[in-house]
Design a binder for this molecule. Structure first.
Ligand code: C5P
Length: 211
């Protein structure tokens, strides 16, 4: 019988380096079957809404995410079924019409600001990680990324961070640290923590193969 994949949740504030940690884990398992699922891909579809309405959405609140679909997809991967992962368009603030086919894998890394917020998601995870990085470092990284990659202006990043991102982080993201098995300070630069995680994941895989 095929064993169930190992599911790892990687949460942390915007700009914390959680994507870097998740990618480092993916790299460590190159050659084996591993996939990263960004919770951002599961922002709710807003294609029926006007651009004006999309600007008003609070993208840092749990309501913004279609966790039902994310949970369904993780459960399908656990049952060795392929999924069609949505693709998110940050400039259009909605899902694009494309999807990406994800075949069943041994290791699934679920990464997102609120990856540990929903108890149903946490229950599916074998290992829960919170990447903990100081807010000044995070806002600088976010500014750089939103200007270079997400088509935003300095004024819009400052307004969104002050009015929405920061208060939502304190209310919904930061408290999920308590659910983490491992807290990784300074994200992707923390090679010791990444090595420890890789060792643990390999151990879980070996145990499942033996069972
Ligand atoms: O990659 P990162 O974890 O920073 O992505 C989450 C962030 O993306 C959220 O803090 C949210 O404010 C932002 N976002 C956005 N516009 C969207 C969707 C998400 O600015 N349309």
């Amino acid at each position: 019988m095929q064993h169930k994949p190992v599911i790892i949740g990687v949460a942390g504030g915007t700009g914390s380096g959680k994507t870097t940690v998740a990618r480092a884990l993916v790299d460590a398992f190159q050659g084996q079957s591993v996939v990263m699922i960004e919770q951002d891909a599961y922002y709710k579809d807003q294609s029926e809404m006007t651009m004006e309405e999309r600007y008003k959405t609070n993208y840092d609140h749990p309501f913004a995410f279609d966790n039902d679909l994310l949970i369904e997809h993780i459960q399908q991967l656990q049952q060795h079924q392929a999924i069609e992962k949505p693709v998110y368009d940050y400039a259009a603030h909605t899902r694009s019409s494309e999807t990406i086919l994800i075949e069943p894998v041994d290791v699934v890394i679920v990464e997102g600001i609120l990856a540990l917020e929903d108890a149903r998601l946490r229950d599916l995870m074998d290992i829960k990680v919170f990447v903990d990085t100081d807010a000044d470092v995070r806002i600088l990284r976010r500014m750089q990324r939103d200007l270079n990659e997400r088509g935003r202006s300095i004024d819009s990043v400052v307004a969104q961070y002050t009015n929405v991102v920061r208060p939502m982080h304190l209310q919904f993201c930061e408290p999920t640290k308590r659910y983490a098995d491992i807290i990784v300070p300074e994200g992707g630069e923390n090679f010791v923590a990444i090595d420890l995680l890789v060792t643990k994941i390999r151990w879980v895989l070996t145990e499942r193969n033996r069972a």
